[in-house]
Structure formats: C-alpha cells, structure tokens
Design a protein around this ligand. Structure first.
Ligand code: TMP
Length: 236
C-alpha cells in the first residue's frame, strides 16, 4: 500500500489517496476547532487517541453487522479506509438533551429523551451546517428519500449498540454525529467516532469527558480524552 497525494484536509483529519483507487488513508491531526472554526487550538496527542478509539468502535460495530469504511489501522495516526463518496448530511443521534438541542428548543440540559432524537444537518461549513429535514436534503440534491431513511435506521441501530457499549464502560452516550458515504452500491459509515464527535458523561458523576471541555474551556481536555480511550480499549 503506497500513500499517494493529499486529497483533502479537514479541520481534524487529512485524507490521502493510495495506489488502490478504492482505498484512502485518513490521518488524524491534533488540531481542534469548535463553533465552525471560530475557536481553534490543539489537543496534545488527540490524533493518536481518536484514531485508536475510532478503529476500536468501527471494528466493534462491524462485529454487530454495521458496515463501515474501516479496512485496518495502519499506524498511530493513520486509518486505511474504503474510498467513500461522502453524503453531505451529518446525522446526529441524541439520548440526553445537551448542546444545540438545549439552545434551540429549551430542553433542560440532562433531560433523558425517552425516544432518541435523530437529526439531519447539511454538511456545509460556509452555511454553518444548518439543521434540515428530508425534503430540504432531497431538494438540495444531497441524498434521496431512500438514502435518508437508511441513514436514520442505521443511526438508530448504531445508537443502540454504542449506548450499551459505553454503559458497560461507565459512560453515558449523550449524543453523537455520524457521516456516511456511498461505496460500490452500499452505504457505509465513514469519518470517525471519538470524543470530538460524541458527548460522553461519566455514569456516576456526569462529568463531561469530550470536546465540550475544549469548547467551553473546562480544562483537563487531554485527560478526558485519554480516560475515554482507556475505558474504550481497556475492556474486551
Ligand atoms: P450539537 O449539540 O452542537 O448539535 O452537537 C451534537 C453532537 O454532534 C455532539 O456530540 C457533537 C457532534 N458534532 C460534531 O461532531 N460536529 C459538529 O460540527 C457539530 C456541530 C456537532
């Protein structure tokens, strides 16, 4: 496997082509942004931690029948992935009210949602990733109704698997964001699942163990990420 030219640089990762057209390499950076790039910084060793956590979670999801883009972990910061045609929809699943759900609808933070909420956002930084419904997504041409119904169902399945996985590791899965892509007629889970893209609260203390520590300057960011890594990788 030969690493080729850089295809893309995002806020937290770079993507490289390889000598196989079907495969790319995702390289995890330590750069952190929040509020669509308005806040910038770095989190020491975040790339290493998020790659390790994502590889473990994708492998576990595959074992539960969820197709992902993961092929294999190549190195500390590199993940070999199937090359996806990314669907420009960010799918958010929520179990407990936090973040923009609290701001937008007035839920008290921490309210347990009896039925998980699934939301679609348009993946477009210039527009600040606006919330959208299925009709918006289809009108914009980013996905079909059939694809959106697959994304919703897949997000619900992934949520059920992850919720149990994290509960066994003494973490509440508050909410998280997923991205999917098309590959050879299938829809695969892409991107990453990490403390950058999820909210985790300690099961006993409700301490925040995710990127909210960076977003809101709560301190102890690196410690929280490495504690999540320990809990995710430590139990098998
Ligand atoms: P929100 O409450 O800010 O809408 O975020 C919901 C979840 O999605 C939270 O776990 C963080 C994650 N997320 C991302 O991964 N990327 C983003 O750009 C945003 C806004 C949220």
């Amino acid at each position: 496997m030969k690493k080729g030219r850089q295809l893309y640089e995002g806020k937290a990762k770079k993507v490289f082509l390889t000598d196989d057209n079907d495969l790319v390499i995702q390289e995890f950076k330590d750069d952190a942004t929040a509020f669509n790039n308005k806040k910038k910084g770095t989190i020491a060793e975040k790339g290493v931690v998020n790659n390790a956590i994502s590889c473990k979670l994708f492998t576990m999801l595959e074992e539960h029948g969820i197709q992902t883009h993961l092929v294999e972990k190549l190195s500390d910061r590199e993940m070999l992935c199937r090359h996806l045609d990314i669907i420009k929809v960010e799918v958010v699943a929520r179990n407990i009210a936090a973040g923009s759900l609290v701001k937008r609808y007035g839920f008290a933070e921490g309210t347990v949602l009896e039925n998980p909420i699934i939301e679609f956002y348009l993946k477009d930084d210039d527009l600040d990733d606006p919330l959208m419904n299925e009709s918006h997504a289809v009108a914009l041409g980013v996905a079909t109704f059939e694809e959106l119904s697959v994304l919703k169902k897949r997000a619900e399945e992934i949520n059920a698997i992850l919720k149990q996985f994290f509960a066994e590791r003494k973490l509440k899965l508050v909410d998280f964001k997923l991205e999917f892509g098309r590959h050879k007629g299938e829809i695969l889970l892409g991107d990453e699942i990490s403390p950058d893209t999820c909210r985790f609260w300690d099961l006993d203390t409700n301490e925040k163990m995710d990127k909210d520590r960076f977003r809101f300057d709560l301190g102890g960011v690196e410690n929280a990420y490495s504690e999540v890594q320990k809990r995710v990788l430590g139990l098998d």
